[in-house]
Design a protein around this ligand. Structure first.
Ligand code: NDP
Ligand code: 8X3
Length: 250
C-alpha cells in the first residue's frame, strides 16, 4: 500500500524538493503553503506519479491550521509522514535593534506553527500506532551566531520539541527525526533580507552551498529506513562549512 505524507512549506526550497523526491518514491502527498498558485503548479507536475492534495493556510493561524487539516477526507488522515518544514528567518541584526514583527513571525511560524500542525496530526498517528515526524531545525538551533538571536532561538525550540516528541511519542511507535541543515541556497535569504537580492546572493558567494535537493535526498533516505530504524538527529553542512560563521570561500 502506498504511503502518505503531509509537507508544510511545499511551495519552495526544501519542502518543494522533498515533495518531488517523495513523488518519485510513490508517496502520496498533502502539500501545504500560503502560495496557492505554486501548490497548484506542483500538484500538476506530480499528479501523474502520485495522488496530490493541496491545503492553503498560514501556519501561524491556529484556527486556519485546524480547519484546513481537519477538512481532509478520512483517507488523507491516515498520515505516515509529517514533514514540519514551513519556516523562515526574518531579519539579521542585533537583538537590541530587533523588529518585534520579525520576532513574532519567527516564533509564531517556526515554533507555534509547527506545534499547531503537529497537534492535529499526532492523534491520527497515535490512533494507528505508526508514523514518522520529520522536523526541519537548523544549525542555528544548535549554535547561536551573532545577529541570529531570535531565529536561533526559534530553531533551538524546534530541537527541544523534536526531543520532546521522541520521548512522549515513544510508547506509540512513532519515529521522530530532527534535521539541522547549514547553508542551503533556497528562497530563505531573500525572505530573511526582505527581497534584497544583493544581500541574499552574498550569503552563497564563493563556496558551493547545499541545494534543496540535497536535503530532500536525506529526508527520502530517512523515511525509507526499515521499521526498526530511526535516524534521530542529523546535522548536514556543505563541505565548505564548519560552523554557522566558518565558511571557506574562494
Ligand atoms: P524557503 O523560503 O525556500 O521555503 C520556506 C517555505 O516555508 C515556503 O514553502 C513557505 O511557503 C513556507 N512558509 C514560511 N512561512 C510560512 C507560514 N507562516 N505559513 C505557511 N507556510 C510558510 O526556505 P527553505 O526551503 O530554506 O526553508 C525550509 C525550512 O528549512 C525552514 O524551516 C528553514 O528555517 C529551514 N532551514 C533552512 C536553511 C537554509 O539555509 N535555507 C538551513 C537550515 C534550516 P509560503 O510562503 O508559500 O507560505
Ligand atoms: C538557516 C541556516 O546559518 O542561516 O537556518 O541560520 S543559517
Amino acid at each position: 500500500m502506498s504511503k502518505l505524507a503531509i509537507i508544510t512549506g511545499a511551495t519552495s526550497g526544501i519542502g518543494r524538493a522533498t515533495a518531488v523526491a517523495f513523488a518519485n518514491l510513490g508517496i502520496d502527498l498533502v502539500i501545504c503553503g500560503r502560495r496557492i498558485e505554486r501548490l497548484n503548479e506542483l500538484k500538476e507536475e506530480l499528479s501523474s506519479k502520485v495522488k496530490v492534495h493541496t491545503l492553503t493556510f498560514d501556519v501561524r493561524d491556529r484556527e486556519a491550521v485546524e480547519t484546513a487539516l481537519n477538512s481532509l477526507p478520512e483517507e488523507l488522515k491516515q498520515v505516515d509522514i509529517l514533514l514540519n518544514n514551513a519556516g523562515n528567518a526574518h531579519g539579521l541584526g542585533t537583538i537590541q535593534d530587533g523588529d518585534v514583527a520579525d520576532w513574532d513571525a519567527m516564533i509564531d511560524g517556526n515554533v507555534k506553527g509547527l506545534l499547531y500542525v503537529s497537534k492535529v496530526v499526532m492523534p491520527w498517528m497515535i490512533a494507528r500506532q505508526t508514523g514518522h515526524i520529520v522536523n526541519i531545525s537548523s544549525i542555528a538551533g544548535k549554535q547561536t551566531y551573532p545577529n541570529g538571536n531570535v531565529y536561533c532561538a526559534s530553531k533551538a525550540a524546534v530541537e527541544a520539541i523534536s526531543e520532546g516528541m521522541r520521548l512522549d511519542l515513544n510508547p506509540h511507535n512513532i519515529k521522530v527525526t530532527n534535521i539541522a541543515p547549514g547553508a542551503v541556497e533556497t528562497e530563505f535569504s531573500m525572505v530573511r533580507f526582505k527581497g534584497d537580492a544583493q544581500k541574499s546572493d552574498a550569503v552563497y558567494q564563493g563556496f558551493q552551498p547545499l541545494v534543496a535537493e540535497d536535503i530532500a535526498d536525506i529526508i527520502a533516505f530517512t523515511v525509507t529506513r526499515p521499521a526498526h530504524v530511526v535516524l534521530a538527529d542529523i546535522l548536514v553542512y556543505p563541505t565548505a562549512q564548519a560552523s554557522p560563521a566558518v565558511i571557506k570561500r574562494q
